[in-house]
Structure formats: structure tokens, C-alpha cells
Design a protein around this ligand. Structure first.
Ligand code: GLU
Length: 420
């Protein structure tokens, strides 16, 4: 495996770059340079064979000046404190960029969920939730799915949390998590929201660049919730998926892969590997594939200098959080490749999380069309803000997106000051 950089220091670097571009006050930059709370828990879980195993879990609460802490929970064997800190900070900028009244947080447990049965996953999730205790809450810190977790995970978190609060409060506690199943109070359109948001950004980019999506080609790294839905939706617009890869391997078909059949294959086997109508390729060949659009939708720090030189696309649309290291972004921009940043591109998820939370708070259920319409409007509006801000100040899109978010946070701090 390639050595990975440190996501937290990269996020810090991007913060400093944007802070300089908009003359952010030193005071606010100082506050934002570290998360408010770093919670680390160790908890024992009984395995199916009756043995006990100790797990390490994190919840990093980066900032809550604009609203409750908000962000996903990741289950992955490579979870580290600095990774979760970086991801938590990215959530603060993401919410602020879209003017969603939330702060930023992220959680994680360091283990490989693929190696555990459903009942073990349930016990791990419930013990983690219990260990976090009142560190989460519907008006305080609201988790959601991320890499390695899904709607079922969120239902377990919700149920555990509900059962430790007072009897009469139980139903008001549903919104302690978002990204739940529909039956548990989840929102229509939440499962597809991140992928849909990615495609809204690509659509706006294509309009600005007078680029025809119908008949173009794209490649996706990662075929989980984000990559799979983005691919299906983009294919509906007439774009052709020519290469895809995940933790097991990479495949290609220059004639185009059927996104629905591929999704069925992944549901059955757990990976894109071995899909019939495709040819296996190496990771290097994957990055060098002829495709107009490249969507990293796997883990962070995947596009380093090496990959940036290989990519042949016109645009990189970051479905994943933190997929591109700064040196790689410079290479891409120098080569004339547009880079649409994560906090803009993958924000459809937290946007619809906010809609879910609002529905729960008001005891409402919105129609799918209503959710989709709202999501589209907000994604396109924010995309326009970033594009215009970038053009006005001669900034790249990432710096512009960070700067818009930072501006909102700075206003809140300058009005409120710090207590006492
Ligand atoms: N984990 C997702 C993200 O990174 C969703 C967060 C949320 O919905 O709170 O944006």
C-alpha cells in the first residue's frame, strides 16, 4: 500500500491558503486551527464466538458556532485521530459554505466492518453509541453515515440513544442521527443525495464550459453509496462509465459499463472485481484511462502527484472527502484540468441530512420530489456562488469554497466574540 499523507495537515494547509486569500482575522484562524472536542473511547464488545474485543472509537467535534455539530461516522481499519480531525474540519466548512445551520464533526471506529457479522456490527455500533453517551444529541451533535456505515447503522445508533434517554423523550430523539431508513424516520432521497449532488455540480460545470454530457465518458473510483449513485445518475444523462475501481481492483470497458448491472454485481459480490462485461486493469491504468470526467468517490489522499500526471480528464469532481493532495491539485490546475472541491461537490448528503432532521423536528414527511427539488436548487445556488467568487477574486474553486464558508464563520465570531 502506498504511504498516505496526513489529512489533517492538508486540511490545515487549505484553511491557511483560504484565510490568506480573504484576510481572515488571526483570532478566528486561531480558534479554527484545532477542534473544540476530541473524544476517544475504548469499549469492549462480545464477538459471535463469545470472546471479547476492545474497540477504539472517535468523535471529533470541530466547531459549532453556526449550529449543532454534524457529520458522519466511519468504520474503517485505517481510521486515525488525524484523519477524523481532518474530516471533522471539512464538515465545518461544508455546512458553512451552504449556509446550513450546522457545525462540523466526524466519528469513526478503527476496524474492518467487512470482517464482522451483522450481529457483531450491531453490538459494536450500540456499544460505541453508549460509550459516546451524551456527547451526541439531537441539538448538540448529529451523526450520519460515512464510509463503512449505512442506514441500518444509523437506526442502531438511534435506537440505542433513544433507550438511554427518558421514556417521554424517546420519539423526540429520532433526529439524533440522519441517514436513517425510511421506517425509522429517514428522508426520501437521502440515500441518493450525495451522488445526486455530485451530478448537479457536474451539470453546472458542463453548462459553464459548454460541454455536452450526453455521449461523454467518465471514470469513478469507489462504487459505494456516493460513486454508485453518481454513476447511475450520470449514465441517465447519457454519459458512459468507462472505468471503475474499488478496494479490490479496477476494471474497464471502453464501450461503457452498465451501471445498474454493475451495482447488482457489487451487491452480490461486494466488489466491482470480476464483473463479466469488463477487463481488469491496474490502478495506474485506471488513472490513465481516457475519460472526460473523473470522480474520486473512495477514500482521501488518492490523487497524489503521480495520479495527477496520469489523469486525462477535463474535470475532477470530488465525491470523496479530501481525495486530492495540494501538490496534485496544482499539477491538475496547471494542466488545465478543473477541480471541483469536496466540500461543494459531496455536500448533497449533509444537505438532505438537514432536511431529514427538519422533518423529524416538525414530525413531517416530505415527498421525494420536494426533497430533490430543494437539493437541486441549493446545490446549484452554492455552485454559482463558488464560481462567481472564484472569478471575482481570481481564486481556484477550492479556495473560493473555503473562503465563503470561512466568511460566514468569521461574521458569527465577530458578532459574538468569545465568552467570557
Ligand atoms: N458523511 C457525509 C459527509 O461527509 C454526510 C454527513 C452528514 O450527512 O451529516 O458529508
Amino acid at each position: 500500500m502506498q504511504a498516505k499523507g496526513n489529512l489533517y495537515s492538508i486540511v490545515q494547509h487549505q484553511l491557511e491558503k483560504a484565510a490568506k486569500a480573504v484576510n481572515l482575522s488571526r483570532e478566528v484562524a486561531t480558534i479554527l486551527s484545532q477542534p473544540k472536542n476530541e473524544i476517544i473511547v475504548h469499549f469492549p464488545v462480545r464477538m459471535d464466538d463469545n470472546s471479547y474485543r476492545l474497540f477504539k472509537g472517535y468523535r471529533i467535534q470541530h466547531n459549532n458556532i453556526l449550529g449543532p455539530y454534524k457529520g458522519g461516522i466511519r468504520y474503517h481499519e485505517d481510521v486515525t485521530l488525524d484523519e477524523v480531525k481532518g474530516l471533522a474540519a471539512a464538515m465545518t466548512w461544508k455546512s458553512a459554505l451552504h449556509d446550513i445551520p450546522y457545525g462540523g464533526a466526524k466519528g469513526g471506529i478503527k476496524f474492518n466492518p467487512r470482517l464482522h457479522s451483522k450481529s457483531e456490527l450491531e453490538r459494536i455500533t450500540r456499544r460505541y453509541t453508549h460509550a459516546l453517551g451524551s456527547n451526541i444529541g439531537p441539538e448538540f451533535d448529529i451523526p450520519a453515515p460515512d464510509v463503512g456505515t449505512n442506514a441500518q447503522t444509523m437506526v442502531w445508533v438511534m435506537d440505542t440513544y433513544m433507550n438511554v434517554v427518558g421514556f417521554h423523550e424517546k420519539n423526540a430523539m429520532r433526529r439524533v442521527v440522519t441517514g436513517k431508513t425510511i421506517a425509522a424516520g429517514g428522508s426520501y432521497g437521502r440515500d441518493t443525495a450525495t451522488g445526486q449532488g455530485v451530478v448537479h455540480c457536474i451539470t453546472e460545470w458542463a453548462r459553464d464550459r459548454r460541454f455536452n454530457l450526453n455521449g461523454c465518458s467518465f471514470a469513478v473510483q469507489g462504487f459505494g453509496n456516493v460513486g454508485m449513485h453518481a454513476a447511475k445518475i450520470l449514465a441517465k444523462l447519457g454519459a458512459s462509465l468507462v472505468a471503475v475501481g474499488d478496494y479490490k481492483g479496477y476494471i474497464t470497458n471502453p464501450e461503457g459499463l452498465n451501471t445498474h448491472k454493475l451495482a447488482e454485481h457489487v451487491a452480490a459480490t461486494g466488489s466491482v472485481e470480476g464483473y463479466k462485461h469488463s477487463k481488469p486493469i491496474t490502478r495506474e491504468e485506471f488513472f490513465a484511462v481516457e475519460a472526460d470526467i473523473f470522480i474520486p468517490a473512495a477514500l482521501e489522499l488518492e490523487i497524489t502527484e503521480k495520479e495527477a500526471k496520469l489523469l486525462k480528464c477535463k474535470v475532477v469532481a470530488e465525491g470523496a472527502n479530501g481525495p486530492t493532495i495540494p501538490e496534485a491539485e496544482e499539477i491538475l490546475l496547471d494542466r488545465g484540468v478543473d477541480v471541483l472541491p469536496d466540500i461543494l461537490v459531496n455536500s448533497g448528503g449533509v444537505m438532505v441530512s438537514y432536511y431529514e432532521w427538519l422533518q423529524n423536528k416538525r414530525s413531517e414527511r416530505w415527498e421525494l420530489e420536494e426533497v430533490e427539488e430543494k437539493l437541486e436548487k441549493r446545490m446549484k445556488r452554492t455552485y454559482g456562488h463558488v464560481r462567481d467568487f472564484a472569478a471575482e477574486r481570481k481564486l481556484d474553486f477550492r479556495t473560493a469554497a473555503y473562503a465563503i464558508g470561512l466568511g460566514r464563520i468569521e461574521t458569527a465570531y465577530s458578532e459574538r466574540g468569545i465568552f467570557p
